[in-house]
Design a protein around this ligand. Structure first.
Ligand SMILES: Nc1nc2c(ncn2[C@@H]2O[C@H](COP(=O)(O)OP(=O)(O)OP(=O)(O)O)[C@@H](O)[C@H]2O)c(=O)[nH]1
Ligand SMILES: [Mg+2]
Length: 322
């Protein structure tokens, strides 16, 4: 789901040339080679900036160039490295080259080096050998990388859904928003994060993210792993979805928390809710008000119970944080 896009061309700097030079000094007729190496060309680097919200800047400026490396000099002086071109982009920016995603930036200060500067050439001092004591050989610097990039700004989520596979995450996002994710009665239906927009009151809204199911050991790569947790790393709150038929909801909650903690312990400092799903299976069941100190919201996406209360709580929490 994208809100903005731009196409730009980036040019990394060329490496500086190596130098051809011989040591010269009065009364020293035959000084050795002393040509220094060229400096490296600058890289083109994108940097996440939480104060930006559009790709507007990249729409007006289409070309970005990093500085070339300086040539080497005599007396074995290496040329200066070219300065990087740094481009600030909003969080949630994705980079594509030839249609393929080559990088993304999700957090403030996060860096993505999109085009590498060329290596500096070697000066003639480096070509000295026992058989050639006065080499005239040197290298020119290498060209920097040049890339045509498509930048896309995707929405970042305000509310993240976590749960075991089949807990009903995708179903919940489908009833709270107009998103139509794939829903099925088998684990790991969701393979990539889905986003949906949920309307609150007063024309306000929030973005909810449904990520693939987590299982115990996900941090070691079990199931689909934990890579996609980064998509909910910057949300304002987390909903832990636990199937009401789960034998031990407290244990399920602890396992899920454990996996998030292994990814980034700070995630657990956000406001959290435990959402017990599928309550239509046993409408008379009684649930604790809290599990592990966290408020419990029983819901059913099928019979549509508890959804308004849940939505209201999320709206309040998210809008308070914005
Ligand atoms: N009875 C009942 N079934 C539900 C409810 N919500 C979801 N289900 C069913 O539970 C199964 C899994 O639902 P999904 O929404 O795909 O679960 P998920 O958590 O997204 O699963 P993964 O993508 O595999 O992690 C589907 O067969 C749904 O129809 C509910 O409120 N009541
Ligand atoms: Mg799913």
């Amino acid at each position: 789901m994208f809100i903005d896009e731009a196409e730009i061309e980036v040019f990394a700097g060329r490496g500086g040339s190596g130098c051809l030079s011989f040591h010269r000094e009065k009364f020293v007729p035959k000084g050795g080679p002393d040509g220094g190496d060229g400096g490296k060309g600058g890289d083109v680097v994108f940097v996440g900036d939480e104060n930006l919200h559009t790709l507007m800047d990249s729409k007006y400026k289409k070309h970005y160039r990093a500085k070339n490396g300086s040539p080497g000099e005599g007396s074995n002086k290496t040329g200066k490295n070219g300065e990087n071109a740094e481009i600030a982009v909003p969080l949630g920016t994705i980079f594509r080259e030839d249609g393929k995603v080559i990088g993304e930036i999700l957090s403030h200060g996060e860096r993505f080096a999109a085009a590498a500067g060329g290596k500096g050439g070697r000066g003639n001092a480096r070509f000295k050998s026992p058989t050639n004591r006065a080499p005239r050989e040197f290298e020119t610097g290498r060209e920097g990388e040049k890339k045509l990039l498509k930048l896309e700004l995707k929405l970042l989520a305000d509310v993240g859904l976590v749960g075991f596979p089949n807990a009903g995450k995708s179903t919940l996002i489908s009833v709270l928003s107009s998103a139509k994710p794939k829903i099925a009665d088998y684990p790991f239906t969701t393979l990539i994060p889905n986003l949906g927009i949920v309307d609150c009151f007063n024309y306000r809204s929030f973005v909810i993210a449904d990520i693939p199911g987590l299982i115990e050991g996900a941090h070691t790569g079990k199931g689909l792993g934990i890579q996609f947790i980064k998509h909910i790393e910057r949300t304002s709150m987390l909903l832990f979805l636990i199937d009401m038929t789960e034998q031990n909801p407290k244990k399920a909650f602890d396992v899920l928390k454990g996996e998030l903690k292994k990814f980034n312990p700070e995630i657990l400092e956000k406001p959290m809710l435990i959402v017990l799903t599928k309550t239509d299976i046993d409408p008379d069941a009684k649930f604790p008000k809290r599990i592990g100190g966290i408020p419990v919201y029983p819901i059913s996406s099928i019979s549509r119970t508890g959804l308004e209360e849940l939505k209201h709580y999320c709206c309040e929490t998210v809008l308070r944080n914005n």
